[in-house]
Design a binder for this molecule. Structure first.
Ligand SMILES: Cc1cc2nc3c(=O)[nH]c(=O)nc-3n(C[C@H](O)[C@H](O)[C@H](O)COP(=O)(O)OP(=O)(O)OC[C@H]3O[C@@H](n4cnc5c(N)ncnc54)[C@H](O)[C@@H]3O)c2cc1C
Ligand SMILES: *[C@@H]1O[C@H](CO)[C@@H](O)[C@H](O)[C@H]1NC(C)=O
Ligand code: FES
Length: 508
């Protein structure tokens, strides 16, 4: 039957996919399903499509002549991957920068935590294809320390792994603190148990002795290490009066709870017009009586996203808040301070670990500090950014902290691997997400696609005739397409950015 020969068959089977490297002890749950899903001619090389199999959506891709099928839901926050950007074997999520290998389902860029269910594709007689699929869980996760611990286990490190934090909660998704208030723990305690990762809570590091290879904690204990990852992150400005009852900062889940309860029905002033300050204001809009946002720049986000987006956001009343210039006195019930990014590195004072003038820790592309066996990553680190010609930068992004943890883990295991990730950030304002990829420092020009009026736009930041960053609102997956180009080192020229031909952005 000629027609049948042209069709694509999909089958679920209990075989373990050989392409997938399993996380030890991972679970398998599978069923076998065979269904006709599409014609072979429906899918050209470099294309992908969603197909329904056994009431599940699977993503079918054809790359370099090969068919592959993986889960269609991003393991970060569930974006439909069929709306992402496919480049070779790499599939970029349309939402927050995760990248997956379509052949194996592996996570190749964070913030995705687990790899995707992977389906093996077999080419049979004529043009029939059958797709054999298994489902399995557990792979990669968390910000710097958690991703480091998980990668160590994934790479079969057999020694002891200890995560120490002064927090009283297992590693959590900090990015959710200012956006939603729900369960934010990244991994349950069973997970840490299963992979033999110790987590010590409520323990603050006071000093590090790199000669003796030991860390001293606030309970008086001293613990030795063979290799150390320092990823204590950053904190906001230590303002005078910080300890006052109605002065708050947002750094922990406890802070989030306090802010929420203090602000319901109150007059609130938020200091800081960058991401955290604006997100908090937006979160409180339907909870507080009045909100005033104070910033030192003329427009919100001016220092990060630029004047144009800042202007649009204030004009279009995406934010119903006022940005004040100085000189006014505002009565308030609660003051939220959302400015500054200061390193949590006091405990390294007097150690041999090299820091810059602002006390951020200097590392190389392997996340190594100047001291052997001491690594650093996340908000605390100053590192060479490949896409910015190895310029030393400090980047306070969730995805970058995770990438740092991964690179530190690989290098701890003598698997020399350089950091090559491109920064990716997102911020949510009144339910709208602005995405940002790249490193826009020092841009001199911009190119705008779409319109600010309709709140549907892409801004490309240009420096020396090359695109160095992009920001978007309602313009997916353009920022992911830009991230893909920056990761692979394929220059986006100013001419290309200004052209009306947008095909390279793979807009859906
Ligand atoms: C409210 C908020 C919203 C954010 N939203 C986003 C977003 O939408 N997208 C995005 O990309 N990024 C966002 N970020 C930034 C992101 O959370 C950070 O870049 C990321 O968490 C940095 O990871 P890290 O591993 O370096 O440090 P952290 O995740 O900050 O972890 C540091 C840990 O070290 C502990 N610690 C500090 N000092 C000590 C000590 N002396 N001893 C023991 N433990 C110590 C801390 O308690 C903490 O548990 C947000 C940050 C905040 C605060
Ligand atoms: C090094 O790490 C990469 C990435 O995880 C992995 O594919 C490779 O097998 C590792 N190499 C060795 C020698 O362990
Ligand atoms: S949903 Fe895919 S990266 Fe967040």
């Amino acid at each position: 039957n000629d027609e049948l020969k042209q069709e694509l068959f999909l089958a679920w089977k209990t075989d373990v996919c050989s392409a997938c490297v399993e996380f030890p002890g991972s679970e398998e749950s599978s069923e076998e399903v065979t269904e006709v899903v599409c014609l072979e001619s429906d899918l050209q090389d470099g294309q992908m499509m969603e197909v329904e199999v056994g009431r599940q959506t699977v993503l079918l891709a054809r790359t370099e002549g090969k068919y592959s099928a993986i889960g269609n839901q991003c393991t970060h926050y569930g974006a439909p991957l069929s709306q992402g950007v496919l480049s070779g074997h790499r599939l970029y999520c349309p939402w927050h920068g995760s990248c997956f290998n379509v052949l194996t389902g592996d996570v190749e860029e964070f913030p995705g935590m687990d790899c995707l269910p992977c389906h093996k594709v077999q080419s049979l007689v004529f043009r029939l294809f059958s797709i054999v699929s298994i489902k399995y869980q557990m792979k990669i996760t968390g910000a710097a320390s958690l991703s480091c611990a998980e990668i160590l286990r994934q790479e079969h490190f057999g020694g002891r792994i200890i995560i120490v934090t002064k927090d009283d909660l297992l590693p959590y998704d900090k990015t959710r603190l200012s956006k939603v208030h729900d369960s934010i723990v990244l991994r349950k305690s069973e997970f840490f148990h299963q992979y033999d990762i110790e987590v010590w809570l409520r323990k603050e590091a006071l000093s590090v002795d790199t000669d003796r290879k030991s860390v001293t904690f606030n309970d008086g204990s001293v613990h030795s290490y063979d290799q150390l990852l320092i990823s204590t992150g950053s904190k906001g400005l230590d303002v005078p009066g910080r300890k006052l009852k109605n002065v708050m900062m947002l750094e922990t889940p406890e802070d989030a709870r306090r802010i929420h309860s203090a602000c319901v029905g109150a007059n609130v002033v938020v200091v800081g017009t960058s991401f955290v300050g604006m997100e908090v204001a937006s979160y409180l809009i339907d909870k507080a009586i009045g909100i005033t946002v104070i910033g030192s720049s003329e427009l919100p986000y001016q220092n990060t996203l630029g004047r144009e987006i800042g202007k649009m956001l204030s004009e279009k009343e995406v934010l119903a808040c006022i940005v004040l210039k100085s000189g006014k006195v505002i009565p308030t019930d609660v003051l939220i301070v959302g400015i500054g990014s200061y390193p949590n590195s006091q405990f390294l004072q007097g150690s041999k670990v090299k820091m810059d003038s602002k006390n951020f820790v200097l590392v190389d592309k392997f996340m190594r500090t100047n001291v052997p066996d001491v690594f650093c990553g996340g908000d605390l680190a100053i590192f060479p950014l490949v896409m910015a010609k190895n310029h030393l930068v400090n980047i306070g992004h969730w995805q970058m902290a995770q990438a740092h943890g991964r690179i530190a883990a690989l290098n701890m295991m003598n698997n020399a691997t350089e950091l090559a990730s491109v920064p990716f950030y997102w911020t949510v304002l009144l339910g709208k997400t602005i995405r940002y990829a790249g490193h826009g420092e020092g841009y001199t020009e911009i190119a705008i696609k779409g319109t600010f009026e309709e709140q549907k736009f892409l801004v490309l930041y240009i420096k020396e005739d090359v695109v160095i960053a992009a920001a978007s609102l309602n313009y997916d997956p353009a920022v992911s397409a830009v991230a893909e180009r920056l990761v692979t080192g394929r220059v986006i020229t100013k001419k290309e950015a200004q052209s009306d031909d947008l095909s390279w952005l793979q807009l859906s």
